[in-house]
Design a protein around this ligand. Structure first.
Ligand SMILES: [Zn+2]
Length: 608
């Protein structure tokens, strides 16, 4: 079974309220940098003993050691202490509230215990809550030099904090400073002697306020979620995602003008129209691929705005010149460029299929997209192609997606196209790469994999036939056209009216029906995933499950082969049950499907 990304579930979004006098927004950039590179305050160092504090279900006990608070940062006539380092002996214990989360914890730690308890020798805390007043009330500070050990430890821990691509720690601290202290945030790096660190976060502006992460076993500073759940006093079964910071500003419309050179150089100007969904907001939080660099950000009055885009992270913060209020709409123009496309053996590798434009929410938006692309390549994106013209070197195409959709992508390459226009299906265009076909075929033959002929026609036939079947089962095809394009990767991904299909499905002769299932699975996402979405990651399995079953249903229908249908169903059942029984060297079961992508981990990749 090939891996299907379906619709990426990374949570996107935004921003913030402001109840102080408004500061000139370059101050915000300075403030951001101060928060990101804190110094230890030589007057706020103390030896501590026997201090215990609690954050929801987590208990921290500082047995004996030294605590170093960070120098305060000032903003709007207030001082904020936003971090501290503890070096010494301590213990951390964490007990999830539900059976599912307890089992998830046991699974990651291959242990029977449903409480995580560990000693630590380092605790780095970043916060915008009451931690400073709470911890400093009963201790006496001394003034002293900072040991080189302490400085080194801060440095090490910060690598974990800030070199993770999706980190938003500083933004979150800023958000409480700008909004109000009740939105206090608390994040810790728990350094365990002889083991990888773990990371606990309490964020009252998230749908699931409590998270515990561990270091990803293969990626140095990336982390993976162990636990994620609601804070005490909330119904663990109910999402309140609409009240989270993810919904403070919602994207309504994206209008972009993008140029791609034949070398793969990429540059774009994107006008993002947002609607504000909170009382007021002075800072916008976008996600944009880590390798893209922002040149400028301008508001609808043509005024340049300050912004911060970190190195190698997806986060882009935009500081507004004046607060936006509830219900207000504003259009922000972001100009950016960078390394989103790699070219190898004549094919383009798109590094980020959904963060090539600045995303501010996972909610649905309309799109107006203009692309200037090298004339020698075919180019496609989502929506209806309204116009295409050519000059000496480029093709200029204009596309419009009039009904709101969750995300947009594109594809380009030395494609051979095959058009299918038959009664009962939308116009279908299959784009198969002409580059390196022979070389890849030779590699597959060496592996004993049989190569098929006229693959654009075989792929096109499965796409057209599966649309016919799904129309009768699920209702009308939801978009105007369908572009089916080859990508030089091994997975598939579906966007409204656009498919990215693995190069493998454009090469291999498949007697077993797996390619039919794969192609039809991605087609089925036009109904399940792009049209019928999901509220949170807990429900994403519905669109994956429906698409996968629809793929199998198509295989049965087109081959008229019930035997094969039940064989594959049995294979899948065995696969699911064997994962449930034998992962982590026996004993631990894979998690329930409701955990979605969290059932899979760097150690149990096949579980979702
Ligand atoms: Zn899928």
């Amino acid at each position: 079974m090939k891996k299907c990304i379906g619709l990426i579930s990374i949570c996107l979004i935004i921003l913030c309220t402001f109840s102080y006098n408004y500061a000139v927004n370059t101050e915000m950039v300075t403030l951001y940098n101060e928060l990101k590179q804190p110094n230890i305050d030589t007057t706020k160092i103390a030896d501590v003993e026997n201090i215990t504090f609690q954050r929801d279900v987590a208990t921290f006990h500082l047995e004996k050691g030294t605590i170093y608070f960070f120098k305060p940062v000032s903003f709007s006539e207030n001082n904020y202490v936003t971090g501290a380092l503890f070096i010494g002996d301590g213990t951390f214990s964490f007990t999830p509230p539900t059976k599912i989360e307890k089992e998830q914890l046991a699974r990651f730690h291959a242990a029977e215990e449903q409480t995580f308890e560990t000693g630590f020798d380092v605790l780095l805390m970043r916060f915008s809550d009451t931690t400073f007043s709470e911890l400093s009330s009963n201790i006496s500070f001394k003034e002293m030099e900072i040991s080189s050990d302490a400085a080194k430890k801060v440095n090490q821990c910060e690598k974990y904090m800030f070199e993770e691509r999706n980190n938003d720690i500083i933004w979150r601290i800023l958000l409480s400073m700008l909004k109000n202290p009740e939105t206090g945030y608390f994040h810790t790096h728990v350094g365990i002697p002889g083991h990888d660190p773990v990371f606990f976060t309490y964020d009252p502006l998230k749908d699931e306020e409590i998270t515990l992460k561990k270091r990803h076993s293969r990626l140095t500073y990336e982390k993976e979620l162990v636990n994620s759940f609601h804070q005490k006093g909330e119904n663990q079964r109910v999402s309140h995602i609409e009240k989270s910071s993810d919904f403070f500003a919602l994207a309504k419309h994206y209008k972009s003008n993008t140029t791609i050179e034949s070398s793969g150089d990429f540059s774009s100007t994107c006008d993002v129209t947002i609607a504000v969904n909170t009382d007021s907001i002075i800072m916008l939080h976008f996600w944009l691929a880590s390798k893209l660099k922002v040149d400028s950000v301008v508001n609808s009055n043509g005024m340049h705005l300050s912004f911060h885009k970190g190195e190698n992270v997806h986060e882009l913060l935009v500081f507004l010149d004046s607060p936006l209020t509830m219900q207000q709409e504003e259009t922000i123009r972001i100009t950016y460029h960078g390394d989103i496309l790699d070219k190898f053996l004549g094919n383009f590798y798109i590094n980020s299929s959904v963060f090539w434009y600045p995303r501010i929410s996972r909610t649905r938006a309309t799109y107006d997209l203009t692309f200037k692309t090298p004339k020698q390549y075919e180019f496609v994106t989502i929506g209806k192609k309204l116009k295409e013209s050519e000059d000496e070197n480029y093709k200029i195409s204009h596309w419009k997606q009039a009904t709101p959709v969750v995300s947009a992508s594109f594809n380009l390459g030395p494609f051979k196209t095959h058009k299918i226009d038959i009664e009962g299906t939308p116009p279908i265009t299959v784009c198969m790469s002409d580059a390196a076909r022979h070389e890849i075929a030779q590699l597959l033959i060496k592996e004993g994999i049989p190569i098929g002929k006229n693959m654009e026609k075989q792929v096109g036939a499965d796409v057209a036939n599966s649309i016919q079947l799904f129309r009768s089962l699920f209702g009308p095809y939801p978009y105007d056209e369908l572009y089916v394009t080859e990508i030089p990767y091994a997975h598939g991904e579906a966007f409204p009216g656009l498919l990215h299909l693995s190069r493998v499905t454009f090469q291999v002769k498949d007697d077993w029906g797996y390619e039919e299932i794969f192609r039809a699975h991605e087609v089925a996402h036009q109904w399940w995933g792009t049209t019928v979405g999901y509220k949170t990651y807990h429900d994403q399995w519905l669109s994956e499950g429906f698409a996968q079953y629809a793929g199998l249903w198509y295989m049965q229908w087109i081959r008229k082969d019930n035997k094969r249908f039940f064989q594959i169903l049995d294979e899948w059942k065995d696969e699911i049950f064997s994962n449930r029984k034998y992962i982590l060297g026996g004993g631990a079961e894979a998690g329930p499907i409701w955990l979605g992508y969290r059932t899979s981990s760097s150690e149990t990749e096949g579980d979702y």
